[in-house]
Design a protein around this ligand. Structure first.
Ligand code: CP3
Length: 341
């Protein structure tokens, strides 16, 4: 698998490419299957349809890896938090965590068991996916999950979480510790079910000042990475803490691939991390609106990375109104322009 080879720093014939959020609303084929399933969460729980939409971008775009179709928020859901996805508003938890009592109602072990629909999706997908295409599993970083569990929904300023961080850090650490336990069990079960790599999404890392990021987010990410590596030493792990370019000098750990978001200049990520880690990223996702912007974005990134320890991706998820032909064009151009003899 070219994707796994690249994660493990082996030479590849071209730079493998996939896109964050590649299974999603910009694909009419996805919208059809989602309508059949009912709503988004029903689709996540329906392993046959979830597997079908996982494979769609491989068939339609020719990406080098599929990413499991699910959501990071199924972990708190299965720990016992009622969750709805409201149209236009995104995810909403019925009863956000406010106190130790609220936390005590949640069960990390139960989540690891109840997520069996994800393990079924992985097994079926691995059966149906071509042998040379990797299947990427994923989880949310404990900090990013905690922002939703405490705020109850997406937030602009994370005021409720950060109030807890500075006024009751013990409770925040207990929440993060509990979520981390669920994440570790969940990651290991994804690996046993057949994923070929795991990405940890820390979408809201940049909400934290430097010392808070390392204490409340990065330390928990590293605990998950170390636990995975203790049992599966050569298994590829990708981290994606979004928006923390200022903290790169202090980034290190036992992971293989560092996901670079679009706001971080790839040269900067290369200077700090490329001697130790494979870089993944980082084309600005809205370049996908224009083919000339795609050409320019690809050439710039390839010229910096020159094929060295690099996986091509967008610097965050693809947007729902991107024309499919542009997404196809992007994938093909990366594979062709990065080809080496
Ligand atoms: O293709 C893939 O990348 C695999 C599937 C995937 C989804 N969510 C499906 C999804 C992955 C990897 C995620 C991760 C995720 N979910 C993150 C981290 C990545 C990131 O984008 O920063 C976060 C923060 C979430 C939480 C979440 N899920 C939000 C905030 C929303 C609403 C916003 C939106 O885009 O609608 C979701 C819903 C969601 N997750 C959709 C999909 C395809 C849209 C649901 C639909 O309407 O079909």
């Amino acid at each position: 698998m070219i994707f796994v080879d690249a994660c493990l720093k082996k030479q590849t014939k071209y730079t493998p490419v996939w896109m964050m959020r590649q299974a999603g609303r910009y694909l009419p084929e996805y919208m059809r299957v989602r309508a059949e399933a009912g709503d988004f969460l029903s689709l996540c729980k329906d392993y046959k349809r979830a597997s079908e939409v996982t494979i769609q971008p491989v068939d339609i775009l020719g990406v080098d890896a599929a990413i499991l179709f699910s959501d990071i928020l199924v972990v708190p859901l299965e720990m016992g938090m009622g969750l709805k996805f409201l149209k236009g508003e995104g995810p909403v938890f019925d009863e956000p965590i406010k106190t130790q009592d609220d936390l005590d109602k949640l069960d990390a072990n139960k989540a690891v068991k109840n997520l069996n629909y994800v393990y079924d999706t992985i097994k079926l997908t691995r059966e149906n996916l071509a042998n040379d295409k990797a299947l990427i599993g994923f989880l949310g970083a404990p900090w990013t999950l905690a922002t939703y569990m405490i705020e109850g929904q997406g937030s602009k300023n994370y005021a409720i979480c950060k109030k807890m961080l500075y006024s009751n850090p013990e409770l925040l650490h207990k929440i993060l510790d509990n979520v981390t336990k669920a994440c570790i069990g969940y990651a290991k079960m994804q690996i046993r079910s057949g994923v070929n790599a795991i990405q940890i999404f820390d979408s809201w890392a940049a909400a934290l000042e430097e010392s808070a990021f390392f204490e409340f987010s990065w330390s928990y990410i590293l605990r998950i990475v170390d636990e995975i590596k203790r049992e599966f030493a050569d298994f590829p792990v990708i981290v994606f803490p979004k928006g923390i370019s200022g903290y790169l000098p202090k980034i290190s750990g036992n992971f293989d691939v560092f996901g670079v978001d679009w706001s971080t200049p790839i040269e900067l990520a290369k200077a700090h991390l490329a001697d130790k880690y494979v870089l993944q990223g980082n084309m600005e996702p809205t370049r996908l609106y224009s083919q000339s912007a795609i050409d320019e974005g690809i050439d710039k990134i390839l010229s910096v990375m020159q094929g060295q320890n690099h996986i091509f991706n967008l610097g965050h998820g693809i947007l729902p109104d991107i024309p499919v032909q542009n997404a196809k064009y992007f994938i093909k151009q990366v594979q062709e322009r990065s080809a080496r003899g």
